[in-house]
Design a protein around this ligand. Sequence first.
Ligand code: PLP
Ligand code: COI
Length: 364
Amino acid sequence: MSQSSALEFIRQAHPAPTPPDRRTAILRDPGFGRVFTDHMVTIRYTEGKGWHDAVIGPRGPIAMDPAAAVLHYSQEIFEGLKAYRTADGGAVMFRPGENARRFQKSAERLAMPSLPEDLFVAALEHLVSIDRDWIPEGDGSLYLRPFMFASEVFLGVKPSSEYLFIVIASPVGSYFKSKDSAVSVWVSQDLTRAAPGGTGAAKCGGNYAASLLAQMEAAKEGCEQVVFLDATERRWIEELGGMNIFFAFEDGSMQTPPLGGTILPGITRASIIALARDMGITVREEPYSFDQWRADAASGRLKETFACGTAAVLTPIGTVRSRDGNFTIGNGRSAAQTEKLRSTLIDIQRTRAADPHGWVHKVF
Ligand code: PLP
Ligand code: COI
């Protein structure tokens, strides 16, 4: 098969792929992240040898030694992006090069080896191509999950000398169950996600493990997501457990927390900033406090708030809850700015609109 970074992908035949009628039934309502395609990509890394043994083969369990370093010290990073079916029967991915570069930055922070961008993108292309029948029609998409973990069998605390890079794919619909209405969020005033100097800007599993207790608290309060405040002052809004956040004001301007090393530099976030600026909207990347959020919602200066990310796309936030009380944004539903940016982004991602920034990557 094709070459990438001088590495050839070996193809292993699937002995029993999912029958087409079963696949069709699954694709009717895939949910999010519970069903998977037939194949996966694996590439190994060994210190002194580099990346080797690139395989596209049947998806299945991976044998792991109980002393594999990742199971003890969580040296693991991942990415998330989507492939979409296009009207001409082809498939595209949205900005995979950005995911490749963020993966490299996450790897650097977690003392892991750098996977070349072309190898990362080639792995995605192989999987999307081989599992093309798994890309849902309509509003769905194929969520791609590249990840890498420490596989060396050793209990000393040090960077692993061996890693496994894998890509799996999951046909998905909407991340949130309440598809049309806005979601509610819980502001975590005690538990934080990331501190200055920590791993907040890296997409590592540990960040998500650290977010789960606060997410549980949010669920207990009837909220879909948790909003984290900064770890130093517990004052500034950072991001959600798995999404960035934007605020839209009555003067037409928008604001989002700056990338200070404690939040994930979202690719959706960057795309929205670019699209909003294309529309002539002023976007500030400046700190916004929880107190100000509450005051602006009450005064009516704040019109909209939305969460954004690959999984969530653009999801309006209607209600904010915290131990200090609750408040509503606007009329508690999605509003004009959110909808306009959402449809503009989705139309580009699905090749229904021109792609002025060259973000769409054709697979076939
Ligand atoms: N913030 C966190 C913590 C996330 O997990 C995600 C999702 O990947 C995002 C933000 C949004 O990033 P992106 O738009 O690249 O998906
Ligand atoms: C994504 O949007 O890709 C994420 O990783 C976030 C998670 C909530 C699924």
